[in-house]
Design a protein around this ligand. Structure first.
Ligand SMILES: Nc1ncnc2c1ncn2[C@@H]1O[C@H](COP(=O)(O)OP(=O)(O)O)[C@@H](O)[C@H]1O
Ligand SMILES: [Mg+2]
Length: 361
């Protein structure tokens, strides 16, 4: 398993609301601070608070790094289940057979290596919230099984004979266009409608530019409260389009802060020149979005020396998604060093014991 991201490690507790370098509103949802100022995000968060109180299944869509997980956590935080378990799993990080045993659990001897019974994540999330991230990556057979369970059909642990029924609120997220995936037969439309009883879309950062500087200040302050931006740095940050969204912004600020000599951050450390916004431009066309994504992948690949695992991590996508995109964009592997296949990133492995513990709101 990869070592923990130094950027994650360097995060200090959130800045209290109202502090000089933070902007309202600033609240932490299960430890994830939320900073926003734009009307679009205010509106979205007010919908989150209203929807959270129901048991409706919520599908959160948006580009990678926009804050979908943060919205999912906010839904749990504001729900009547906030003192019950929060369990999250990244569907793209696990191969199909592992997803099944992780989600539904198994009995001793169900397969070689099953030395004892194990509860599935559905069971762990009973009476709480189960967050299925990157749900668009689920294989067809798992889609069928998931749909049945969501429809209230009891299931068996792998190798089990006892029926299990659970009451877990389902929140899912994807950066894929699921309507298109349905058209191409990659995603079941009945499952889509079951998951998207409420559909929340998180806009990309370039469509809510008022959030850019408050977020940038927040990340810098979180890293080192005594640091500040040079004027030209503020301009460069404000004018950049941030195709990798909040994740890219955070990584850029923290990296620059780590490299800075003094307490003032010069624009040269950002390495974001050449991606300046054209202002109130119309929404980018599909192919220009693709071009942005392709360029972004190239840029990060060259920054990481072609290291796929690191590239996927910086981009906030799974190795599998990266491989799919490299193939789709015809980016040749031989130009890059391919790291030996690391174990899939199993967030539940790292976090399950804590996540399964009731989180008090
Ligand atoms: N509004 C926000 N305020 C503070 N941090 C944010 C905000 N939105 C996203 N982030 C941070 O950006 C990173 C990416 O967010 P995440 O929710 O994982 O995005 P996604 O799931 O859409 O890829 C995380 O570190 C998250 O804490
Ligand atoms: Mg995510």
């Amino acid at each position: 398993m990869d070592a923990k991201d130094p950027i994650e490690q360097s995060s200090s507790p959130m800045v209290p609301p109202g502090s000089a370098d933070c902007v309202e509103p600033c609240e932490a949802y299960l430890g994830m601070p939320a900073v926003y100022r734009s009307e679009a995000m205010r509106e979205l968060m007010s919908v989150v608070v209203r929807v959270a109180r129901s048991n409706a299944a919520v599908l959160i869509t948006g580009e990678s790094g926009v804050g979908k997980e943060l919205i999912a956590r906010a839904l749990h935080h504001h729900s009547l289940r906030c003192s019950k378990p929060w369990v999250d799993v990244n569907c793209a990080a696990l191969p199909e057979h592992l997803i099944e045993s992780e989600l539904f659990g198994y009995e001793k001897g169900a397969f070689s290596g099953a030395q004892g019974p194990k509860q599935g994540l559905f069971e762990l999330a009973d009476s709480g919230t189960l967050f299925l991230d990157e749900v668009g990556e689920l294989e067809p057979r798992m889609q069928v099984k998931l749909l049945r369970v969501l429809d209230g059909v009891p299931y068996f642990r792998l190798g089990g004979v006892r029926k299990v029924t659970v009451d877990a609120r389902i929140v899912t997220a994807t950066n894929q266009n699921l309507e298109e995936a349905i058209r191409y037969g990659r995603f079941r439309s009945d499952l889509y409608h079951r998951l998207a009883q409420v559909h929340l879309h998180v806009p990309p950062l370039r469509e809510r530019r008022e959030d850019i500087l408050p977020l940038a200040k927040f990340f810098l302050h979180q890293h080192d409260p005594s640091m500040r931006f040079a004027l030209a740095t503020v301009e460069a940050i404000a004018n950049h389009d941030w195709p990798g969204n909040v994740r890219e912004l955070r990584n850029t600020i923290v990296r620059a802060a780590l490299l800075a000599d003094g307490k003032e951050l010069p624009p040269t450390l950002l390495s974001i020149s050449g991606k300046v916004s054209t202002g109130q431009a119309a929404a980018p066309q599909a192919n220009s979005l693709e071009a942005m994504e392709r360029e972004m992948i190239f840029r990060v690949l060259s920054q990481t020396g072609g290291h796929h695992a690191k590239t996927a991590k910086v981009l906030g996508i799974s190795r599998r998604t990266l491989t799919r995109k490299l193939k789709a964009y015809g980016i040749q592997n031989e130009n890059h060093v391919t790291a030996s296949r690391s174990e899939p990133e199993r967030r539940t492995d790292r976090k399950a014991p804590q996540l399964a513990t009731p989180v008090r709101g």
